[in-house]
Design a protein around this ligand. Sequence first.
Ligand code: HEM
Length: 148
Amino acid sequence: MELALYFHLLAATAWIGGSLFLFALGIFLKDKNAQKNVYEHIGPLYGYFESVWLAVLIATGTYMFMGHGLIEVLREAPDSQLAHLAWMKISLVAAITLFTVIHMYIAFKTHKKERSKTELILSRGSSMMIFILNLIILWYAAELRTVL
Ligand code: HEM
């Protein structure tokens, strides 16, 4: 379980660190040409990099979830604080995974191409949601760990 927590934390730092950095790049790199160049070159690599860490988070998280007997907690004590925190974290992770799939689908589909207005809204909206959800997930992760 210790090793799983270690990799869970490593993956969380890489996943959240990467997403915060790229989000900052989108805001602070004002030169549109430079921004386009950066995204064109590192975009696909960043996509694969982040997907691997998200998969590690889900795999190690599920392993620890079962190891801590949280499935039984959800079944036997659905009204407990622990069950509430566990459901919140699962739902938020499901949502962030969905937004990641949407974001990556558009990113790969429109790589080096012009984006339509809908694609732009979906891409920026999903990236904003990933950013916000990460901050909320981190809060619930710490709460869950405190109760455990
Ligand atoms: C975006 C995805 C995720 C992020 C960023 C994340 C982040 C974290 C962090 C930072 C901790 C440590 C909290 C602390 O020490 O205060 C943690 C713990 C934990 N996470 Fe996640 N997590 C994610 C996904 C998941 C998933 C999918 C599950 C299970 C379904 C899960 C289950 C757990 C459990 C059970 C712990 C407590 C482990 C222990 O105390 O031994 N996590 N998570």
